[in-house]
Ligand binder design. Structure first.
Ligand SMILES: NC(=O)c1ccc[n+]([C@@H]2O[C@H](COP(=O)([O-])OP(=O)(O)OC[C@H]3O[C@@H](n4cnc5c(N)ncnc54)[C@H](O)[C@@H]3O)[C@@H](O)[C@H]2O)c1
Length: 452
């Protein structure tokens, strides 16, 4: 469904009235188009004294053909050039008194970020630091990035990436995601990179990172699942789409367009895990990427919710994912350097009125990711989740006007995201180069103003 309000305030009449009466004016977000450069413009980078990521950062920017300037801490960039990207290595901050380095770098640069720009702060996971003082200072980076995200506006996104000591060479895929238009609707988030799970990070063709990979996508025939399928196919994967029998025609039409294949099955069926595993085993000798996207809402306040609305939803959104994972794990069908990616929801983080069943299931999905990451890691497989906020789909189009408008505007981007925004997040996790990402839950919500 199109966002009529955003279209109006981007036009001449609305564009004149909106600022006069203080109405939100959402910027049209730039989104990635295949083949375009990683960054359309220049980056400006800096570091707190003692930072350990300088070399990896420079190497990653050079590999991504991103032009960049650099200055000493606290020295403003010369001239009046505006930048598409700011990256600050804050790993050298070991004490709260050094947090001023953030101010020294960003005070002179933050107003020089172009529209739809990107700000990335690099730090160390507090629990992996050497002292309580360092952990305190590194934890403080979260507040800083979230506040800048709410200040910056004009479609720009601000994110924090914690890089574990020893994982410095793992930053490229994550940096490319957070500085490019692929992360259009991801802001105020924290990603955590650890040492590689799947052995040595392979050399990849960044334009076709999933070439030769097989990806299972559940709920693939429409909405976010269709966008995930299209995006993974764009990046070179053979997509095995799955959906329920009533959507067989839609599923097969999309999969034949993408050169993929179809499994028509209800994931809650008793035989579903075996059917899926048998198919992947027989046709592909396993699977590289598993995307658990299928999900439903069955809203009612708790006192009015009948048992079916609870149990059917829980089975689709959570228990069937566990059963499919168990089967694939037991039969060792997810290949080395494989990926399991789940679709949670902002409701699983913040809770939603009328959604006790949905919020429980989606928080459970986060639990699934975090509790099974160590087991998957033993097999060289990562598991992560995206948690979408308000995404323009059939599901949100069916909402009443009031809540729909509130959902659209109550985030730093002042607009709903598109299915492709969720899909780009999944493609980032799916990349064979994302070997150091596991146990992450990153929201694709335009920095929704509720929730952590
Ligand atoms: N749209 C949003 O704003 C939003 C926000 C947060 C999270 N999500 C999550 O994103 C995912 C996709 O949502 P969407 O908006 O595209 O919804 P959608 O209803 O358009 O698509 C869901 C897909 O899952 C399939 N599905 C449902 N039950 C199934 C079953 N038992 N077996 C196999 N397939 C089944 C459906 O047939 C459909 O193709 C869901 O997990 C949803 O909870 C969506």
């Amino acid at each position: 469904m199109s966002d009529k309000y955003a279209e109006f305030v981007r036009g001449p009449v609305g564009g004149f009235i909106a600022p006069k009466v203080g109405l939100p004016q959402p910027t049209k977000l730039e989104r990635y188009k295949k083949g375009q450069p990683v960054v359309d413009g220049k980056a400006f980078i800096g570091a707190a004294p003692g930072g350990r990521l300088g070399e990896s950062l420079v190497a990653a920017l050079k590999s991504a053909s991103v032009e960049f300037d650099y200055s000493e801490p606290g020295v403003a960039p010369e001239g009046d050039e505006r930048y598409k990207v700011l990256v600050f290595d804050a790993t050298g901050i070991t004490d709260s008194t050094q947090l001023e380095e953030l101010w020294r770098f960003f005070h002179p640069t933050i107003r020089r970020v172009k529209s739809c720009g990107r700000v990335v702060v690099l730090g160390t996971q507090p629990e992996l630091t050497g002292s309580a003082k360092e952990a305190t200072a590194q934890r403080a980076l979260e507040g800083f990035t979230r506040a800048v995200g709410k200040e910056i506006r004009k479609g720009s996104a601000v994110n924090l990436v914690y890089v574990a000591p020893g994982a410095e060479d793992q930053i490229e895929s994550t940096l490319r995601f957070f500085i490019s238009p692929r992360s259009a609707y991801v802001s105020g988030q924290v990603a955590r990179i650890v040492e590689s799970i799947g052995g040595e990070t392979p050399e990849i063709d960044w334009n076709m990172p999933l070439a030769g990979k097989v990806a299972l996508v559940t709920g693939a025939s429409r909405g976010i699942g269709a966008a995930i399928s299209e995006t993974l196919a764009r990046d070179g994967a053979h997509v095995v789409g799955l959906d329920i029998p009533p959507l067989k025609d839609d599923l097969e039409k999309l999969m034949s367009k993408l050169g993929g294949s179809s499994i028509v099955e209800d994931i809650t069926a008793e035989e579903a895990p075996k059917v899926i595993a048998d198919f992947l085993d027989a046709h592909h000798n396993g699977v590289d990427i598993v995307v658990h996207n299928a999900g439903v809402t069955k809203d009612k306040t708790l006192g009015r919710m009948d048992e079916d609305k609870w149990s059917v939803l829980m089975d689709i959104n959570l228990s069937s994912e566990e059963r499919i994972n168990d089967e694939l794990l037991a039969r060792q069908l997810v290949k080395a350097n494989g990926r399991v990616i789940c679709v949670s929801s902002m409701s699983g983080i913040a809770g939603g009125a009328g959604q006790t069943n949905y919020s429980t299931s989606k928080a459970g999905v986060i639990g699934l990711v975090q509790s099974t990451a160590p087991e998957w890691a033993k097999h060289g497989v990562t598991i992560n989740a995206v948690a979408p906020g308000f995404i323009e789909t059939q599901m949100t189009a069916a909402m009443p006007l009031g809540p729909r408008e509130v959902g659209r505007r109550m985030n730093s981007m002042q607009q709903g995201g598109l299915p492709v925004d969720v899909a780009e997040g999944i493609a980032w996790y799916a990349s064979p180069a994302s070997t150091g990402l596991t146990g992450n839950v990153v929201r694709v919500c335009g920095q929704m103003l509720i929730g952590a």
